[in-house]
Design a protein around this ligand. Structure first.
Ligand SMILES: *[C@@H]1O[C@H](CO)[C@@H](O)[C@H](O)[C@H]1NC(C)=O
Ligand SMILES: *[C@@H]1O[C@H](CO)[C@@H](O)[C@H](O)[C@H]1NC(C)=O
Ligand SMILES: *[C@@H]1O[C@H](CO)[C@@H](O)[C@H](O)[C@H]1NC(C)=O
Ligand SMILES: *[C@@H]1O[C@H](CO)[C@@H](O)[C@H](O)[C@H]1NC(C)=O
Ligand SMILES: *[C@@H]1O[C@H](CO)[C@@H](O)[C@H](O)[C@H]1NC(C)=O
Ligand SMILES: *[C@@H]1O[C@H](CO)[C@@H](O)[C@H](O)[C@H]1NC(C)=O
Ligand SMILES: *[C@@H]1O[C@H](CO)[C@@H](O)[C@H](O)[C@H]1NC(C)=O
Length: 572
């Protein structure tokens, strides 16, 4: 099969796409049932999981994915909710499953976990046990994409319910969950997060992009159901998130840098997944939201795909303008650092989305940024706008369709005969590797197939947004806290405060905050601290430059959500 691809690519476009058609028709139903099999309690591979809980994979060792991730679950249910709402699957069994997902997530939101309680950061917890209890082992936390993706899935369902006369269910059942998630997003979008691969703690393009989308949709939903009293912070922050999103673009190398930290190239499937999961069919080729057909997203796609051409043995010998297997990022070593089914399918999906928009707008545009992408298909092509009546348009779109199908054909080539989709396939021989039956692999394949057959999903309001001229940062809500400490001192000795947050000078004895002795022997200070946050602190004495810390353990307070707080201590 590979030899055939290598030697005969130019000749086999038609044959190739026929075989992709065959794969879509056989693998589509397998992908759908593969998703359902991993959802508790009755999914055939999810026995023991609570109702509506998505198990990431039935694999329990090397790797152990017998957990439910908020990200994976929300992406899987977004795909199922899309199927229900557009009418691909309008069955009562799917409706019941969606309602069980809502019930499960409503419960999980309230489960206290190592990231906090529902009101002190717990919504950033990435994964839970499949019986809906907290996972307490060490992990890359928080991961702040989960609440945004969950809100987007539920808002998609909510919009359909409203259009079908069931607004009360939205207001009473969905809205409280959505509101908690979006308050979390609005409060925390400007805090560091682990990326979607759970490896790097910094800021991450995928996370920022899905947060932006969720806030915009939430504001629209709030307006539709008269819940506008809570959205002023969302409305104030959404433009700041969009502004920050622009900063990931690397103009020199013409790709999106996936993470602000991590010390890698930043070339990462993160950015392709962000483009397809924030696709808005009514937003044209808008580059500020990195729409799939935007010049920036296409340039980024080329850089991303090309980064895998020479590093995987299975890609060797493939022409430089033909599809190859792609993985998470070129530096990846996890489980051997192989191609992923869902990453390869995501490339196809971005291209199918782009073809859908060019077709509906009746033209495509080539800018200096996207020129190298288009030159892969026609080396002499120039910048400009090409109407669908031109031969340039026909040549390019038909080559891009073949290119897109090529990525599906790669996944097809390395899909075992039973159609099961693991997480990865070997970079050296294409054999399936790592977790079997990865729920997200199935969902990623299904959404690529839907994009291929032009299924139209709902717009989320990406059209016509303006990026503010200056980006504002946001440190989150604060509360006013007074610290009183009873401490007798000698003349010339003073009491200071320092602790675990910037407002308390991050444990620095040299810049600690001086307390007032106006009510001696009670020393006092009033400071603004992050709301809803567990903060550790200690008082220190300084006398003639000599620092004396209070004895252990560290003191701690959990600040309230709003208002003021007074802490009364005695020097230890
Ligand atoms: C799971 O199966 C049991 C037994 O057939 C049934 O009572 C229950 O309603 C099913 N649950 C779901 C969520 O479909
Ligand atoms: C839930 O699952 C965890 C992990 O498997 C297990 O340790 C715990 O005992 C379970 N709790 C309940 C209430 O079943
Ligand atoms: C509204 O949707 C919920 C959730 O599926 C359902 O239980 C309820 O019966 C619906 N109500 C109406 C009036 O359709
Ligand atoms: C917060 O936002 C500012 C302004 O966009 C940005 O420069 C900074 O990197 C952001 N920090 C984080 C952690 O998101
Ligand atoms: C489009 O593709 C999806 C996924 O394969 C499938 O479920 C759906 O029925 C297809 N729709 C049409 C109109 O072919
Ligand atoms: C108090 O906090 C500091 C800074 O995080 C830490 O180094 C120290 O170990 C803590 N002390 C105790 C007793 O936990
Ligand atoms: C500290 O003392 C003040 C005044 O006596 C009181 O209002 C406040 O509730 C006390 N704080 C706590 C946490 O007990």
């Amino acid at each position: 099969m590979r030899r055939f691809l290598v030697c005969g690519l130019a000749l086999v476009g038609a044959v190739f796409s026929q075989s992709v058609d065959t794969y879509v028709s056989t693998e589509g139903p397998i992908a759908k049932s593969g998703m359902l099999a991993n959802i508790g309690p009755n999914g055939s591979k999810a026995a023991g999981a609570s109702p509506g809980v998505v198990v990431a994979s039935p694999s329990t060792t090397n790797p152990d994915y017998w957990y439910t991730w908020i990200r994976d679950s929300s992406l899987v249910f977004k795909a199922l909710i899309d199927q229900y709402t557009v009418g691909i699957d309008r069955t009562s069994s799917l409706r019941n499953l969606i309602d069980e997902f809502v019930t499960a997530e409503t419960y999980i939101q309230q489960v206290s976990n190592p990231s906090g309680t529902v009101s002190t950061g717990g919504l950033g917890e990435p994964k839970f046990n499949v019986n809906e209890t907290a996972f307490t082992g060490s992990w890359g936390r928080p991961q702040r994409d989960g609440p945004a993706l969950r809100a987007t899935a539920m808002i998609t369902y909510a919009n359909w319910l409203i259009a079908n006369g069931n607004t009360s269910w939205v207001t009473n059942t969905l809205w409280p969950v959505i509101e908690l998630d979006l308050n979390y997003v609005a409060d925390n979008w400007n805090q560091s997060t682990f990326d979607l691969w759970e490896e790097i703690s910094s800021s991450s393009f995928f996370t920022t992009a899905v947060q932006h989308r969720a806030l915009r949709q939430g504001i629209t939903l709030a307006n539709a159901i008269g819940q506008t009293s809570v959205t002023s912070l969302w409305s104030a922050q959404a433009p700041n998130v969009l502004c920050f999103l622009q900063s990931y673009w690397n103009p020199t190398s013409a790709y999106v840098t996936a993470n602000t930290g991590g010390g890698r190239s930043g070339i990462d499937s993160n950015t392709v997944l962000a483009s397809i999961h924030t696709f808005d069919p009514l937003a044209g080729c808008d580059a500020t939201t990195f729409q799939p057909c935007s010049d920036k997203a296409l340039s980024n796609l080329k850089v991303y795909v090309d980064s895998f051409r020479s590093i995987y043995t299975i890609n060797s010998g493939i022409a430089s303008s033909a599809a190859v297997a792609t993985g998470r990022y070129p530096e990846d070593v996890y489980q051997g650092g192989n191609p992923w089914y869902l990453c390869t399918a995501a490339v196809a999906e971005q291209l199918y989305d782009a073809l859908q928009v060019w077709s509906s707008q009746g033209s495509l545009s080539i800018t200096s940024i996207s020129l190298p992408f288009f030159q892969q298909f026609s080396s002499g092509v120039a910048t400009g706008t090409y109407a669908s009546s031109t031969s340039t348009y026909s040549t390019l779109t038909s080559a891009i369709k073949t290119f897109a199908d090529g990525f599906i054909a790669i996944d097809q080539m390395y899909t075992p005969t039973n159609g099961g989709l693991a997480e990865q396939f070997s970079r050296s021989n294409g054999a399936p590797l790592s977790a079997v039956d990865l729920t997200w692999s199935y969902a990623g394949m299904l959404t690529a197939f839907e994009a291929r057959n032009n299924t139209q999903f709902a717009s989320w309001g990406a059209s016509g947004l303006t990026v503010p001229s200056a980006c504002q940062s946001y440190s989150g809500p604060t509360v006013t806290v007074t610290f009183n400490v009873y401490a007798t001192t000698v003349y010339g000795e003073n009491i200071y405060l320092t602790g675990s947050v910037a407002a308390l000078e991050n444990w620095s004895p040299t810049s600690a905050l001086l307390l007032s002795s106006a009510d001696y022997p009670t020393w006092s200070i009033t400071v603004d601290l992050p709301a809803n946050t567990n903060i550790e602190y200690k008082y220190i004495r300084i006398y003639n430059g000599a620092v004396t810390w209070e004895s252990d353990p560290n003191m701690s307070i959990t600040t309230p959500a709003s208002g003021t707080y007074t802490e009364n201590d005695t020097w230890r």
